[in-house]
Ligand binder design. Structure first.
Ligand code: MLT
Ligand code: ZN
Length: 477
């Protein structure tokens, strides 16, 4: 169908701002931007826009604000909740930040760098290492996710127990507001108490309040010693006890602490080439833990070994393997990082990205697993994740041979039960993956009324025409 007159005017406006090659309209060229990586959502768009500068983003938003065209910001498109996929009206535009990929500056003395939104996370890690510093945010998708998306979703990942989430890496932000004005708080200060912390509003807002175009980020000393172990724990409570023991006895050097159930070992060894069983026996629950230090002389292997031997004596552990070299360490991590892919290859799955106070994890896992076993015999629980931060991916896969349609149809009941339990234990229904489109109703169900009211007020103050990522996080106004 040829574009309508209004669409033609809009496309001409976009081309005037960006030039022809950065306005994609062909089906082949736009297709990868219109579907989320889990293939839960597939949308349509008037165009995919690929600006290279903040000035262009500013002009595009001013134009869309004036014409009330919905804008869906998109980074690496690796999100799990459909937050970066347009709706199926064909009236929205996708604003892809991938061309804005410059590290504007890096300052090893101040332990900071300023990077544009489209920088791939792994490239920022490398840039920091080049000046002998460390950018600690680390996720399975780090080879393709972008820092703008990481900040917009407040991503977590594998190092949060030590370094915090994306928000904790932030010193300042440059944001293009819905009407095109540019808010720049790109200073590189660690202390700045001059009024409201505006930058924080945009972190975790998933592009509903404005577009993050650049960020100034904290760096850390580069780790020079590390020790990694794959450990079979007696149960989830023993995993929590082991975490505390390691934090206390290592001088808080725990940088990762990941819970891995036996089923995840089964799935990864079955589906992912090169993944091997790390321990001789089979155990219901394992933990992958890592200590790191910036002091090359720290003997972390000895420290970890002694803590694990105490834990073994205290009855917390069933077995343990300490990585003897980098190859073995990489093999442990390959197993952990392959779990989502293995789950995908196994068949349909439902994800619950939940967080609880760490002490409540054992009770939650026991009660939720019992309920699933009793009510959803067609489901296999694959609960794993960042126990060091109280964040579990309490996912379930369809049992082999189960009817996939019936399995997916059971999603609402299952999700509500899991989230009701999380809520009753003081937890969160979205720990690190965000709300996107997937959990808009869940947010309404669980967020206190006053929080929702304040969120809506902020949304209408910053985006009065409702053009920023409409229908994500909050229902469209
Ligand atoms: C992970 O930690 O591997 C992902 O955040 C979780 C997931 O795929 O559910
Ligand atoms: Zn995760």
């Amino acid at each position: 169908m040829p574009p309508a007159v209004a669409d033609k005017v809009a496309l001409a406006g976009f081309r005037r701002i960006l030039g022809d090659d950065a306005v994609l309209v062909d089906r082949g060229a736009t297709a990868p931007y219109l579907v989320d990586q889990r293939r839960l959502y597939e949308g349509k768009a008037l165009a995919v826009l690929r600006p290279s500068t903040v000035e262009q983003v500013s002009q595009l938003l001013a134009f869309c604000h004036g014409t009330r065209i919905g804008v869906v910001p998109q980074g690496g498109n690796t999100g799990y909740c459909g937050g970066a996929t347009p709706d199926d009206s064909g009236l929205q535009v996708v604003l892809s930040l991938g061309r804005m990929d410059r590290v504007r500056s890096i300052d090893p003395v101040n332990y900071s760098m300023v990077a544009e939104a489209g920088c791939i996370l792994a490239n920022l890690q490398q840039a920091a290492l080049q000046v002998d510093r460390y950018f600690p945010l680390s996720l399975g998708s780090e080879g393709s996710c972008q820092i703008g998306g990481n900040l917009s979703t407040n991503a977590g990942g594998l190092n949060v127990v030590r370094y915090g989430m994306a928000r904790d890496q932030l010193l300042g932000l440059e944001v293009v507001l819905a009407d095109g004005r540019v808010l720049s708080t790109l200073g590189e200060l660690r202390k700045d108490n001059t009024g409201y912390d505006l930058k924080s509003l945009f972190v975790g807002a998933e592009g509903t309040l404005g577009v993050i175009s650049a960020a100034s980020l904290k760096l850390a000393p580069r780790p020079r010693a590390q020790a990694t172990a794959f450990v079979a724990v007696r149960n989830v409570a023993a995993a929590v006890d082991l975490l505390n023991l390691l934090r206390e006895t290592s001088g808080d050097r725990v940088s990762s602490f990941e819970l891995i159930p036996n089923i995840a070992i089964e799935l990864t060894t079955r589906h992912i080439a090169g993944v091997v069983q790390p321990l001789a026996g089979e155990y219901a629950w394992c933990v992958l833990c890592e200590l790191t230090s910036s002091r090359a002389a720290d003997d972390l292997d000895a420290m970890l070994e002694s803590a694990l031997s105490d834990a073994m004596d205290g009855g917390l552990l069933e077995d343990a393997a300490l990585a003897q070299n980098e190859r073995q360490r990489a093999a442990f991590w390959r197993l952990r990082e392959s779990i989502p892919a293995a789950q995908r290859l196994e068949g349909p799955s439902l994800k619950h990205d939940v967080a609880l106070p760490i002490g409540a994890l054992p009770r939650f896992v026991a009660q939720a697993s019992e309920w699933i076993a009793a009510h959803f015999p067609q489901a296999v629980l694959v609960a794993y994740g960042h126990v060091g931060d109280g964040n579990l991916h309490f996912n379930v896969n369809a049992r082999r041979g189960a009817d996939p349609v019936a399995f997916v149809a059971s999603a609402d009941a299952l999700r509500h039960h899991v989230h009701d339990l999380v809520n009753s234990l003081g937890g969160s229904i979205s720990a690190e993956h965000g709300i996107g489109r997937l959990k808009v109703d869940e947010l309404e169900r669980y967020a206190p009324a006053l929080e929702l009211e304040l969120m809506r007020s902020i949304k209408s103050a910053l985006d009065p025409n409702g053009i920023m990522n409409p229908g994500k996080v909050l229902k469209a106004i």
